[in-house]
Design a binder for this molecule. Structure first.
Ligand code: DC
Length: 226
């Protein structure tokens, strides 16, 4: 069967990552985590001492190379940074830098190149609107703020080997997530939005399996119609 592209957008903690990964596996498609690219870029700038977007200059991006291996680990100039980019600090920084047009231009160009060959499940904030506006299936995932914050918190606990994170409380994380949504939806250049032709899936009440199944059915329907 001819391969298509699936675009998944939505706010932090809506389940984009798990859903996109699970869907790609079921379809035998490739998975593209565009957020990992924004996070790696934020780490690259942080390592140069840049933590405020006011200090950003396009020249700082010279020499940056972001790539993935076959297990979807992300590499920054050849170094596996998969663990380092998942902190809430890098999450917040990546959202700040993601509002800068040169940053978006650089990463969206690279992402468009990657998905050209089709057979991708790509997730992010501007996939259906900018990266793959002609995607055959577009999904907008959402969930209540509380559910999303709980998911992100459990994520951090898991990464911390089952211990409560020391640097952030649940309440702080919830506030941070709300801020990040506001920033991602409010920026002038390719904000997070539900495009007209996207199908909205609310995952507040869904288990991971149900979430994946719902989206899988939408894709199957499309594939069978083709
Ligand atoms: O999906 P994530 O939480 O890993 O993404 C981190 C940040 O990167 C997010 O807050 C906004 C930015 N981002 C973006 O602007 N566009 C994308 N396609 C993906 C992520």
């Amino acid at each position: 069967m001819e391969k298509i592209n699936v675009a998944i957008d939505g706010p932090a903690g809506s389940g984009k990552g798990t859903t996109a990964k699970g869907l790609a596996k079921k379809l035998n498609y490739k998975y593209l985590d565009t957020g990992a690219m924004y996070r790696s870029l934020a780490l690259f700038l942080k390592r140069q001492g840049i933590t405020k977007k006011e200090d950003f200059k396009e020249a700082l991006l010279e020499g940056i190379n972001i790539s993935f291996d076959e297990n979807n680990n992300v590499y920054l100039n050849g170094e596996n940074v998969e663990e380092q980019i998942r902190s809430s600090e890098i999450g917040a920084l990546s959202s700040d830098f993601a509002s800068l047009p040169p940053v978006r231009r650089l990463l969206a160009t690279k992402q468009k190149e990657i998905v050209k060959e089709k057979g991708y499940v790509a997730e992010g904030r501007d996939i259906g609107s900018v990266v793959i506006p002609d995607a055959e299936v577009k999904i907008y995932l959402d969930a209540s703020l509380e559910v999303r914050a709980k998911r992100r918190y459990e994520d951090l606990v898991q990464r911390n080997k089952g211990k409560e994170p020391e640097d952030i409380s649940f309440e702080e994380l919830e506030k941070q997530l709300e801020e990040r949504d506001k920033q991602d939806k409010g920026r002038a250049d390719s904000p997070l939005l539900k495009v007209e032709d996207a199908i909205e899936v609310d995952t507040s009440e869904c288990s991971i399996e149900e979430q994946i199944e719902k989206v899988y059915e939408i894709v199957l329907r499309k594939l069978l119609k083709k």
